[in-house]
Every structure is written in C-alpha cells, then in structure tokens.
Ligand binder design. Structure first.
Ligand SMILES: Nc1nc2c(c(=O)[nH]1)N[C@H]1C(S)=C(S)[C@@H](COP(=O)(O)OP(=O)(O)OC[C@H]3O[C@@H](n4cnc5c(=O)[nH]c(N)nc54)[C@H](O)[C@@H]3O)O[C@H]1N2
Ligand SMILES: Nc1nc2c(c(=O)[nH]1)N[C@H]1C(S)=C(S)[C@@H](COP(=O)(O)OP(=O)(O)OC[C@H]3O[C@@H](n4cnc5c(=O)[nH]c(N)nc54)[C@H](O)[C@@H]3O)O[C@H]1N2
Ligand code: SF4
Ligand SMILES: [Mo]
Length: 688
C-alpha cells in the first residue's frame, strides 16, 4: 500500500508542534514538520523517534494483574480482560471510598496526557476524592498560578511579535518549546533585545544581548537587586503603576506608600551585594537595569528554572514585581493572554464540596498553594498512606506519572506503595512506579488516539487554532486512550450520569459546543481550524505589589530573600535542566534517542572540575546532604562558576543514577510546596 501523509500535531510536550505523520500499511513510518501549521516550523528528535515509540516491543498491550507480593522484583503480571480489570477497579475503589482514593496524573506539559487531563479531574471530582498528585509544584505553578498573588492571574504569553526586549528567565525554549524559540529568534532578527537569566549559557543564550549567569537558587536576590536599580535610577514606569497598581496607596501596616516600602525592601540589595550572592558582575547587573528601563515593552518567559527552588515564591514575587515595574504587563509587546477557542471546561472543580476540599492534604499548611485546587505533593500522599493520618488513603488511581523518578525522594515512598490496598496505573510502559501497581492498564499513545488542542499558545493566530488530532495508527493490542479509560472507570463507579452516559463522543460534543465548530467539521480538517468563536481577552487586573494574602497567611507582603549559608562540606551548587532527547523519565527505551544520549551526564563549571581533578568523560559521584548519585562528567565553560548542572530522570536497578533520590522531599517552598531541586549544595568526586 502506498504511504499516506496525515497532518496532525505532536502531543509529546507543551510545544504541540504541527507535523505530518507518514503511515504505511497501518504503521507509522516517519514524522516531519508541517510548515502550514501555526506551530509546524520544526520538530525535534523525540517526534522523529515516534515510530519507535509506537512499535516498541515493551509497550503494554493488555490489562495486567499482579500475582506476586509488592516489592518483588517481578510482579508476575497476569493478563486479564478489560471487563475484569474495570470490575476489579470499581470494587476496590468502592472499598477504599472517595476520601480513601487519591489520583495521580503525568504532567500535561511533558506528556500527551493533556488530552485527558480535564476528564481525569472530572473523575476525581465526581468520585469525591480530595487529592490529586501531579507535577505542578515543580512545574507550572509559579508560571500559571503563583503570579496570581501579584496580578490575579498567570503570567500569560510573551508577545514576541511586538516586544522591544525579551527576557528568558530560567526558561530554555530552544530545548523545551521549539515554536516559542522560533518566535524569539524572529524577534531578534527584527531587532528585539534578548536577556537570558540562567546559570548555563545554552540555546538562545548563546546569541543573547546579555547573559546573566545567576548562581542557581539566587534569582530572588537578582530580581530584588534589579527592582532596587530601577527604583533608584528612575527606570520604573511610575505612570503605569499609578494607574494599575497599589504602589501609591499606603501600606496597610503604616503610613508610607507601598512603593516606598518596596524601595526600602529592595534597598537591602545594592549591586555589590547582589553580585556577591548571585555571582553576576555588577556591570552586567547595571546593563540589565538599563535595558529594562529603556527598551520597552518587555516580554517575559519564565518556567522551571525559578520554580524548583526552596524560596520559589519569593523568586516569583520578586520577578513579577520587577516585571510590573516595566509597565509592560498586559500591553502589546508585553505578556498578555490571547483570545482562545471557546470550549466547555469539563474538569468540574465546582463539583468538589467545601467539606471534601477541606480534606485535601497540605491545605492547612499551604492554603495559597496547589492544595487549594486539590493538588497535593507525593510527600504528603506517602506520609498519609503510611501513618493513616489525618485519615487513611487506601487506593491510588494514576494516569502515567513516574513519581518515583520525577519527584524528590520521600522517605516514605516504598513503605507507602507497599501499604496501598489498591494501586491502578494507566501506562505505556512498566516504569519503576508502575512496578508497584496492582493493576496496570495499557494506554494508547498520542499517535494512536484522538486528542483535542484548543489554542497553541505562542501567537494570537496559534492560540485561536483548534485541532482534533486524529489517531494515525491503531493502538497496540488492547491499549486504549486515557479519555476512554476514564469514561470506562466512571461507568464502573456508577458515575455515568456525570460522563454523558459513558459516551466519550457525547462528551466531546459538549466540550466543543461553544466553539462554533463540531467534531465532524474538525475531523474533516485534520490540520485544524481557526475557531470562529473565541474567548474575550481578559482585562488587566489590578496589580498588588503588596500581597495581603501572603501577609495574612504568615508570609511576606513584599518578597524577602535569605541566601542559604555557605557550607564548606558542600561547596558547589547543583542544578539541572532538560535535554532535547527526553521528557523527564520518558523515552529511555527508544533506540535512536538512547544512541544520541546514552546515559546521564553532568556538566561541571571549569573551577569545579579543576578543584576536584576531574576530566571530561570521568565517572563521577555527586553528593548532596541527602545522598549521592552517579553520572559522567562533562566540562562546560559556559556555566556560572561553582555550578554542577546535571541530567535527571534516569534510573537503573544496578546503579544509583536517579538525581531525585539525592534530593530532600522535606525542603520546599512554604507557600507552594515547590521542592528545592535546583540550587542545592553539593560536592563532586571522581569514581575509581
Ligand atoms: N530533578 C528534577 N526533577 C524534575 C524536574 C527537573 O527539572 N529536575 N522537572 C519536573 C517537571 S517540570 C515535571 S513536569 C515532572 C514530570 O513528572 P512526570 O509527570 O512523572 O513525568 P515523567 O517522569 O516523564 O513520567 C510520565 C509517565 O507518564 C507516561 N505517559 C506518557 N504519556 C502518557 C499518556 O498519554 N497516557 C498515560 N496514561 N501515560 C503516559 C510515561 O510513560 C511516563 O512513565 O518532573 C519534575 N521532576
Ligand atoms: N525536551 C524536553 N522538552 C520539554 C520537557 C522535557 O522534559 N524535555 N518538559 C516539558 C515540561 S513538563 C516543562 S515544565 C518545560 C520546562 O521548560 P524549561 O523551564 O525551559 O526547562 P528546563 O531546562 O528544566 O529549565 C530551564 C532553564 O533553567 C535553568 N536553570 C537551572 N537552575 C536555575 C536557577 O537556579 N535559576 C535560573 N534562572 N535558571 C536555572 C537551566 O539551566 C535551564 O536552561 O519543558 C517542557 N518541554
Ligand atoms: S518539541 Fe518535539 S516532542 Fe515537543 S511537541 Fe514539538 S516535536 Fe513533539
Ligand atoms: Mo513540567
């Protein structure tokens, strides 16, 4: 049979790159970019390896039931039918009860589970579970929700088309978000300036106007120092602040204005101190302040670089306030939300009663953080399972999510997973986390199921784009899409009434109803359509430099940063980042990707390598206060001095190569629960 070319998009990560899938005889044989799609300029090695993912011999193909005790190296999986599996899950979840059931979901930014994300929430919410674990506290919280403390909503997208200056702050789109990187490059070509704040000069930082080589974990000091310079030297947009913020109102606890109080707080960070703490030369600091004052509007992209820190809220607040001082928020050329296709949200957060929400783990400690939406940390989950406090949790329902590798070590992990009465996981592969499951359900990959994307984010045109991604090949064996599995489970739990009678097609019709397009029209147009009915762009809400919410909950009304004291035993600073080959702990099974990146590597700044006598290629061990992990050394002169920059997401039964096993699940931001995975004291040695 002649090959056919199907327009679609790659759903493997946030970038959702428009692409062309070539299919021959029911097999996916290649994936190419689709320049006619708003995000189709390029694809990455992961999409090129999609044929290996689809045809992989280790993919799960049938429901599997454990026959050996938990903790045994081999679970003794026994294939069972879908009917048996769903009936079993229904019985076990009824036995555990709604409060005794927790849910887990893989990251929607780094997997295709985004297709089913809202439906999974709907299932948890209508079942009545107070608890759902996903990556948010270490992923998108400080970009999408944390800024609400300062201006009531998330950061929104940088308007790269009209920005005079673009700031990438702890965000590396050349590796993590190709279409955004494309747009930043295009902006540079038309003369926009680029400032990159990152301990590592990679990707777009190589052609930035200014690279601020921040010592990992000290971003709050940098932002406070820049606030100080802008206020001290007349670089802040006071007019904008007068119109849109509380800057000129008296601070609630005195008679001076919020702006005066902010100036006083930031004055604790004069340039020489900032330089000492962050490692950034004073001249570069001043240059950054000049650009921010002169080349407006400023657009900001920030993501996990500033999120995975012990004081991520202080960093986010300081960066957001600095951004507010530029007067660019919500303006053309600044960060602003674009109108999106109108669709119905089916996550059903409103179905959660206050009583149920009151039982969300961690809500008492972090009421302004993810628990307010029912999103808990794996640490809190494991503690509750092991101790039975504040109430017993007996069952876990997971859709992907490899938390044993992607979350920091929590002392209770194995004890908790061993103690669960019932753990059902939907997966593509038998991961280290899945090995603890009682029941494993085979998931279809994004190439094997339909998926809806409403808005492709990176530009107004992309964000108006609505696409129903087709299944380009059938799933292996009996694997099913997550959405279908959610509907099946809903029926098994007697929740069909909340799930359109258990019919995913009726559910899809409901989702699409307000968009002006229906499933039939979208199936006719696999490349997607510009939706006729869009949401209104939200008005700029009032900016609160002074956070009464934080003050009320025992936090700081204005951001304050206390640098960690120097530790002679752990003289270097460990941090991490993503590579083009993998998403988190995924894709290690795919031969072409494994060939490109065969094992975990750790880049050392030249001063670190010299101090420890380490040469490129040396096997090394990285020690933190909580453990050590093995890696292979690389030298990188483009790292801030003292920095150790490592890959993560690796595991191995023989060797300790899991970065997160050496992290401390107990060190986290008090407001959000973000773990200190970056900016961690460490030492490095060569292994013999
Ligand atoms: N040290 C360190 N740790 C980190 C990070 C870091 O930068 N440094 N990054 C953090 C971030 S940003 C995130 S988002 C988290 C990610 O944490 P996780 O969400 O746990 O991501 P993965 O480890 O990639 O595991 C995802 C799992 O979901 C499965 N999966 C993929 N697609 C599907 C699907 O469509 N359906 C189903 N049912 N399963 C699927 C995959 O097979 C895989 O096993 O990791 C965090 N951990
Ligand atoms: N290839 C690939 N793409 C992905 C993913 C993936 O796993 N692989 N995951 C997806 C997901 S879930 C997410 S959340 C996004 C994340 O997207 P990004 O946030 O862009 O990803 P990272 O590479 O983890 O981190 C960004 C930068 O932070 C820098 N950094 C490290 N420590 C610090 C610090 O202390 N301060 C500052 N300012 N910067 C620091 C790193 O050097 C890195 O360049 O990517 C998405 N896209
Ligand atoms: S960056 Fe790669 S993995 Fe992510 S959507 Fe684009 S092609 Fe797919
Ligand atoms: Mo993420």
């Amino acid at each position: 049979m002649a090959p056919t070319v199907v327009p679609t998009y790659c759903a493997l990560c946030i970038a959702r790159c428009g692409c062309l899938a070539t299919v021959e005889g029911g097999r996916l044989i290649r994936v190419d970019p689709d320049p006619a799609h708003p995000t189709g300029q390029a694809i990455c090695v992961k999409a090129r390896a999609a044929p290996e993912l689809v045809a992989h011999p280790e993919r799960l193909t049938t429901p599997l039931l454990r026959t050996r005790p938990k903790g045994a190296a081999d679970p003794g999986w026994r294939p069972i039918s879908w009917d048996e599996a769903l009936a079993l899950a229904g019985d076990k979840l009824r036995a555990a009860g709604p409060r005794g059931t927790a849910f887990a979901v893989a990251t929607p930014s780094g997997t295709a589970v985004a297709d089913a994300f809202a439906w999974i929430h709907r299932l948890a919410h209508h079942w009545g579970s107070p608890n759902l674990v996903f990556a948010t506290e270490n992923c998108n919280w400080h970009r999408d929700f944390g800024p609400a403390l300062t201006w009531g909503s998330g950061l929104a997208m940088p308007d790269t088309e009209q920005a005079a200056t673009i700031v990438l702050w702890g965000s590396n789109p050349a590796v993590t978000w190709l279409p955004l990187a494309e747009r930043v490059r295009a902006a540079q070509r038309r003369g926009a300036r680029l400032i990159v704040v990152d301990p590592r000069q990679g990707g777009l930082a190589n052609r930035a106007d200014l690279w601020l080589a921040v010592r990992p974990g000290t971003d709050a000091a940098l932002a406070l120092g820049l606030i100080h310079l802008l206020l001290d030297e007349g670089g802040a947009d006071l007019d904008f602040l007068r119109r849109h913020s509380d800057a000129f109102t008296p601070a609630p606890d005195g008679d001076r204005s919020v702006l005066e109080r902010l100036a006083e707080t930031a004055a604790a960070w004069p340039a020489p101190r900032v330089a000492r703490v962050t490692g950034i030369a004073e001249a570069n600091l001043r240059r950054a302040a000049e650009i921010l004052a002169e080349a407006k509007p400023v657009a900001l992209a920030t993501w996990t670089g500033t999120c995975q820190q012990a004081e991520a809220t202080a960093a986010t607040r300081a960066i957001n306030i600095l951004y507010a001082l530029t007067g660019s928020l919500g303006q053309p050329g600044g960060n602003r939300a674009y109108p999106k296709p109108q669709i119905n949200d089916v996550a059903a957060f409103a179905a959660v009663t206050p009583e149920t929400r009151g039982h969300t783990l961690g809500l008492g400690e972090r009421p302004l953080g993810p628990p307010a939406r029912g999103w808990i940390t794996s640490r809190d989950l494991f503690r509750a399972i092991v101790s039975g406090q504040p109430y017993p949790i007996r069952a876990l329902v997971a859709f992907g999510s490899n938390f044993l590798v992607s979350k920091p070590a929590t002392r209770h992990a194995e004890a908790a997973l061993a103690k669960l009465d019932f753990f059902v996981q939907t997966e593509l592969f038998a991961t280290p986390t899945a090995r603890w499951a009682d029941l494993l359900l085979p998931a279809a990959s994004c190439w094997e199921r339909e998926g809806l994307q409403a808005g492709f984010q990176v530009s107004p045109a992309a964000d108006a784009h609505l696409q129903l991604r087709p299944a380009v090949v059938p799933p292996p064996g009996q694997a099913r899409g997550d959405t279908r599995i959610v509907f099946d489970l809903a029926k098994a739990l007697g929740l069909a009434d909340h799930f359109f009678g258990g019919d995913p097609e009726a559910g899809l019709a409901h989702v699409l109803a307000p968009s002006g397009l229906d499933a039939a029209a979208l199936r006719q147009a696999p490349r997607g359509l510009s939706a006729p009915l869009l949401t209104d762009a939200p008005a700029l809400p009032r900016i609160t430099l002074w956070s009464a919410d934080l003050a009320r909950h025992g936090g700081q009304a204005l951001p304050v940063f206390t640098p960690a004291p120097a530790d002679g035993d752990l003289p270097f600073t460990l941090t991490c980042g993503k590579t083009a080959h993998y998403c988190h702990s995924q894709f290690r099974q795919l031969p072409s990707l494994r060939q490109g990146q065969p094992g975990p590597e750790t880049e050392l700044a030249p001063d670190v390598a010299a101090a420890r006598g380490i040469a490129p290629g040396d096997p090394i061990a990285i020690r933190t206060a909580h453990g050590q992990f093995h890696s292979t050394a690389r030298l990188n002169p483009k790292l801030a001095p003292g920095t150790v920059w490592s890959h993560y997401g690796w595991w191995d039964d023989e060797q300790p190569i899991n970065y997160n096993a050496s992290m401390d699940g107990e060190t986290f931001d008090r407001v959000s629960g973000s773990n200190a995975l970056r900016g961690v004291g460490c030492d490095v040695r060569r292994r013999e």
